[in-house]
Write a protein that binds this ligand. Structure first.
Ligand code: ME8
Length: 508
């Protein structure tokens, strides 16, 4: 049976250009997607833009543009970013596409048919920036305005006719669902937050708006547009051609394995989304991982705060792979993290130039001089076997990935890089010119170590690692995680191709 894996990023609001926070979620998702691919899975990886609602309508008005052409322009910058970040996404969805509209309206009809939706009147607080309704106890007065306690964004009073979803009926089933699916929400601290929120009681949720028109029309009442979160969340189904549940995409990939999101949108994904799906008799996703924020100083980096670090500028200066490496290794996944040019430069020097780059360059240039750039003969001794064995336990490495423990995965790699550099130093092949077989075996072992570590680094830094593997005639589509179990993949007498300097040390 083929193994399938469906992973998503949030679909981003094209209200302004993408920033480092968006790049972070997308890079994290790409990391998991690429790992699963080399572990033999068929991977479906979705990202895109969330284009309806008052937030976008107002952003377009500010620029004197109609919302659709405004979205066309900014959505393109998000789509371009997928290329700049070298994402391996299978699809890029826009919620203004017909395929999505059809899917949302179908889900709405089912909810209506299942008597989950009724017409009433909403009066309460609404944050356009979060596109979220807030209870009285969730807002506070700050300076002259009312703001959401959780996000700090300004709320406005709304009173209008609205369709409601019977969220209150799903309180118990949701708690049962969380109980049965212990890892549905990760990390654990966020799971606890969600559970205590649900235990605090759920009120029915307003799922349509009537005072503006930029959205998908409610099928049974064209004066209403569907609430932007019910619209947006459905993207995860639309891309699989829902409502056609018999097509292969839907059959193979739903329910999604992993929604990668930021902690700001946890409530929508961990409460509303499974409730909508359960109410429509659709199986909920398997896991929602709410990561922390990339901070700028002590504050969340965000479009509305105007304190953004442009990923494109950073990539232009330092290159893409160092940025990917930094975000995956230096940010403690699940918690907030920081990025600055200084920290990035330190990481490039210590980890990439001095550790990984150094190992590759010194072993390959030694092989060029002493083994005529070919894979040498070998006869392992115990030292060689011990170090090769330390990068063999594929079940352990897989479990890092399946628990979304990116930091353990990264420290496993860094440890093995240090150990491999140490092995090469301690074995002193330059002193073995009289014992050619031993010299050759040390080089062979070191090259096998580089092969294994480079495979592990592939999901982190696809461009640089492919260059290294190409030196050993391994192409991108031949990268195979299972081959970590083997110690003698490289074949004697095969040519070793030239490898240019991977990471330049930054003078400070
Ligand atoms: O919320 N640090 O879109 P959005 C880390 N359209 N991640 C960050 C971040 C930061 N400083 N800032 C943003 C929306 N993100 C909805 C989503 S999904 C069905 C609809 C990332 O453009 C993080 O993943 O505001 C966060 O959850 C997402 O971008 C919010 O993007």
């Amino acid at each position: 049976m083929s193994k399938n894996f469906y992973i998503t990023t949030p679909i981003y609001y094209p209200s302004a250009k993408p920033h480092m926070g968006h790049a972070y979620s997308s890079i994290v998702a790409d990391f998991f997607a690429r790992f699963k691919k080399i572990d033999g899975y068929k991977v479906y990886f979705l990202t895109g833009t969330d284009e309806h609602g008052l937030k976008i309508q107002r952003a377009a008005e500010k620029k004197n543009k109609d919302p659709k052409s405004f979205c066309d322009e900014i959505s393109k910058t998000f789509e371009n970013l997928t290329k700049t970040l070298n994402l391996s996404n299978t699809d890029f969805i826009r919620t203004t596409e017909d395929r999505h509209k059809k899917s949302v309206q179908n889900l709405w009809n089912i909810l209506e048919k299942n008597k989950q939706i009724y017409l009433s009147k909403y009066s309460g607080w609404y944050s356009v920036s979060d596109e979220a309704f807030y209870n009285e106890d969730e807002v506070e007065k700050k300076n002259q305005s009312k703001v959401s306690k959780s996000s700090g964004s300004i709320v406005e009073w709304v009173e209008e006719e609205s369709f409601f979803f019977k969220l209150s009926e799903w309180e118990k089933p949701l708690l049962e669902f969380y109980d049965k699916n212990k890892n549905f929400i990760l990390p654990e601290s966020r799971r606890n937050e969600v559970i205590s929120f649900v235990k605090g009681g759920l009120k029915d949720l307003s799922v349509s708006r009537k005072t503006f028109s930029w959205g998908i029309k409610v099928p049974s009442d064209g004066k209403h547009v569907v609430y932007v979160w019910l619209d947006a969340l459905t993207n995860y189904l639309s891309s699989l051609k829902y409502p056609d549940e018999n097509n292969d995409l839907y059959k193979n990939f739903w329910p999604a394995d992993l929604h990668i999101i930021g902690k700001d949108i946890l409530r929508f994904h961990a409460i509303y989304w499974p409730a909508f799906l359960l109410a429509a008799n659709i199986e909920p996703p398997k896991r929602v991982y709410g990561h922390g924020w990339i901070l700028s100083g002590d504050e969340k980096m965000s479009k509305s705060k105007g304190n953004i670090l442009d990923p494109l500028e950073i990539i232009n200066i330092y290159g893409l792979d160092p940025l990917r490496y930094y975000l995956l290794k230096e940010v403690s996944f699940g918690n907030d993290g920081n990025i600055s040019e200084e920290k990035l430069e330190n990481c490039i020097n210590s980890d990439l130039a001095n550790n990984f780059g150094n190992l590759c360059q010194r072993v390959l240039s030694f092989a060029e001089k002493n083994c005529s750039s070919t894979i040498p003969k070998h006869e392992f001794n115990n030292d060689d076997l011990v170090i090769l064995k330390s990068i063999k336990d594929i079940d352990k490495i897989r479990s890092f990935i399946d628990n979304q423990d990116i930091n353990q995965y990264m420290s496993f790699i860094v440890d093995r890089l240090f150990a491999s550099n140490k092995y090469f130093n301690d074995q002193e092949p330059w002193k073995k010119k009289d014992d050619k077989l031993r010299l050759n075996t040390i080089v062979y072992t070191a090259i096998e170590l580089i092969r294994k570590i480079t495979i592990l680094l592939y999901p982190v830094m696809p461009q640089s690692t492919v260059k290294v593997l190409n030196a050993f005639n391994i192409n991108e589509n031949q990268i195979d995680f299972l081959s970590l179990q083997l110690d003698e993949v490289l074949i004697e007498k095969d040519k070793i191709n030239k490898l240019d300097i991977l990471f330049k040390k930054i003078d400070k």
